[in-house]
Design a protein around this ligand. Sequence first.
Ligand code: ZN
Length: 310
Amino acid sequence: MIAYLIGSFILGVVAIVFLLLYLTPIGPFIWAVTGLGLMIWGILEIQEALQPARTMAAAGAGPRAPSPGSVQPVAATRPFQFNLPEEIPTDLKCPSCGASIGPTTRRCDYCGSILQPAIDLPDPVHLSDLRVGQSLRILVPAGDRVYRVQGRALLGELWQATRGANIPWTFTGNLYAGFALQGTPNNAYLLNWQDRFYLFDRFQMVNDQHIQRYFLPYARAFGQSDQMGRVEFEYQGQRWRVVDIGRMQVIFTEGEGLHLQRGAEARFLYAQSGLTHLLLEDYRAGGAAQDMLWFGYQIQKQDIRYGSVR
Ligand SMILES: [Zn+2]
């Protein structure tokens, strides 16, 4: 309101000045020049109004690169979805020889026929030919163990491009295999992760409070060192060194005796104390899986001996 009154006042003063100037000898000349100037200004305004795109670009309203350090908000996403049927078929038979085959079998173990698997999943990185029902012998530091494969799981490896709560976890493309083994004196869990092989023959169920108290600070410290640092902790009277941390999702399971369920997603931690190895599985989502602590041995791939089922 005040700006409007001041504007009107200035306009009035200018008008009076122009009227007084008209009475002087150069008055009509000043009026002509002013009129011409106003006309040119008007034409320029109209031109600018007819070119909105260029005007906006000049004003810097176009797309801009995000400033460095700004965090793009990313919704937490499900890491990966294979196109798997809800009900995985069981009781499948080889069309050539009638032998029992699994839903992911690509080649019949008995007659060698090439099959179209009921579920098309990539093969695990290692132990792709070890199947439910097979017998195997495993060399551990304590001697020879004989087992039979009861169940098989394929675990998808997940990763983050950079560390951070808002960075989604995505599938690396690597599937690793885990096996529920039946044998004496204990049943066991045979697991390959990256280039490491483990035979876990003891386990303990744990809860979130237990994990937070005894493991989480060391998992964090190891993560903050980009998994390069030497991080050690005390647990059950032993000194453990963190070997690996990460995240995985259970993509597929078959057979019996497995502690994990399809779709379950876990953070994990591997640690070593002398010859004993430990795996902590902290399940997060996609199924009410039990958090587990495994103890056992690290073995070499050649310590796992098995032939064909034949
Ligand atoms: Zn066959």
